[in-house]
Design a protein. Structure first.
Lengths: 133, 310
């Protein structure tokens, strides 16, 4: 009959116990999930970054885009040598307009520029371009 | 008798009762000596509404209204208001040897009105009778036929009663206890909810990773992912640098400046600008320094040269 005698105190004690349990649960959930959330978010972020890289640098359409560089100026001005995923191209007698067009196209392409040389000969330009992808 | 029915002994409590020695918990039936009764017809539907006006029903009738509690229930068309002083009742019970821990429920005789069709004997002197739908205490000598009386038994036990709430020993009242418990419970639920939210957000991140791994099974290995990412991060960084450099150099060309030669490879670049005069060359040199090319220099023939590592 001790329960009846101290039932008010027991009610309060039970609620305090519940509060302590809830605090402990929250604290445990916070510490375990904070670390796992942080690690998980980093993993997701790295994964997504990797996918962006793959999409940009391992794009299967890059070869087709590179091929367009040959047709960008008249064929007489181009010496074209493509082997697998490597290109060596030489452009000569380019007008400033053709030069700008070519350089803009090259810069917008997801290729690794190995060599890019431009030289001016009496107002016409020569371009040496080596890249891989 | 069903399992749920109250099977405890029902002990009538009246002022002249003998001293008690209880081995088990009992239910208490209080005689009108311990409460004040009022019956009123009120235009209210629910007991909680009637209970709100209970205190005003006993204005001027109670010795210590601040110590009083009220029991309200409906009897036919009337509302029955019972005012009682729990401390006084507790004190009286203790003087008769009935400790709080031996008290189950406390009932009022009026609650068992229908059971008082026959007078109920209380000890050798008193009796409880029903008069005008009210249970009253009378001397046994006032009864017409003393032989037609019964003793109170468990059959008199009403459905609802009150509790002592540990009135003897509690440091806090039941109201305070319930208030504190409600507050703590509320906080506890808030903490549980917060904890659950934390675990859920952790689950969401895990689910996102699982979904990505299922979509790209070739990237299951963290080592492979890190290795590929490191390789392409480096390529991305270098190629961005090359393109940014070309764009910056192109932005430095203005009237009177022409590109003479430009060479760029994996390691660095070298550029020579041909300027129309020394003034243009000077301006270009200042611009190059501003753009972050400290190696800029002017050569003979108004040629401005820059050579930098990437």
């Amino acid at each position: 009959m001790m329960f009846k005698r101290y039932q008010n105190e027991l009610i309060v004690a039970f609620s305090v116990l519940l509060l302590i349990l809830a605090l402990a649960y929250r604290s445990a959930a916070f510490s375990s999930s904070a670390e796992s959330i942080s690690m998980g978010k980093q993993e997701v972020s790295e994964f997504k970054e990797l996918l962006v890289f793959k999409k940009r640098w391992l794009d299967k359409k890059t070869s087709k885009r590179v091929a367009k560089l040959e047709k960008l100026v008249p064929a007489s001005k181009v010496t074209w040598k493509k082997k697998g995923k490597k290109l060596t191209a030489r452009y000569k007698d380019l007008t400033p307009k053709e030069l700008n067009k070519l350089i803009t196209s090259i810069l917008n392409m997801a290729v690794q520029i190995q060599v890019l040389e431009i030289s001016n000969h009496n107002g016409s330009y020569t371009v040496e371009f080596k890249c891989k992808w | 008798m069903s399992f749920w029915e109250n099977s405890k002994t029902l002990l009538p409590v009246y002022k002249n009762m003998a001293q008690q020695t209880l081995a088990e918990t009992v239910n208490i039936m209080l005689t009108p000596q311990f409460y004040i009764l009022k019956k009123v017809t009120l235009p209210v539907q629910y007991a909680f509404q009637a209970k709100k006006v209970a205190a005003s029903m006993f204005d001027g009738l109670l010795e210590h209204p601040q110590n009083s509690d009220y029991l309200v229930y409906k009897e036919n068309d009337d509302w029955v208001f019972i005012a009682y002083d729990l401390k006084e009742i507790s004190h009286f019970l203790s003087t008769k040897g009935i400790s709080a821990d031996k008290v189950g429920k406390i009932f009022f005789a009026q609650q068992a009105l229908s059971s008082f069709s026959t007078p109920v004997r209380l000890g050798s002197k008193d009796a409880l009778v029903s008069m005008d739908d009210t249970v009253v205490l009378v001397p046994q000598s006032a009864l017409e036929d003393n032989s037609k009386t019964v003793l109170m038994d468990e059959g008199f036990t009403p459905k609802n009663g009150i509790s002592l709430h540990g009135a003897f020993n509690s440091f806090i009242s039941q109201k305070q206890a319930l208030g504190i418990a409600a507050l703590f419970t509320l906080f506890a639920f808030a903490f549980f909810a917060e904890g659950w939210r934390y675990s859920q957000s952790s689950q969401n991140t895990k689910a996102e990773i699982t979904a990505l791994l299922e979509e790209y099974p070739t990237l299951q290995s963290a080592y492979t992912r890190q290795s590929i990412a490191a390789k392409y991060r480096n390529i991305d960084k270098n190629e961005r640098k090359k393109r940014d450099t070309v764009k910056t150099l192109a932005g430095m060309i203005f009237k009177g400046v022409k590109v003479d030669t430009f060479k760029m490879n994996e390691k660095g670049f070298a550029v020579r600008f041909k300027c129309t005069d020394a003034k243009v060359a000077k301006h270009l040199r200042e611009l190059a320094k501003k753009e972050g090319f400290p190696s800029v220099k002017t050569l003979t023939g108004n040629i401005v040269s820059i050579e930098e590592k990437l």
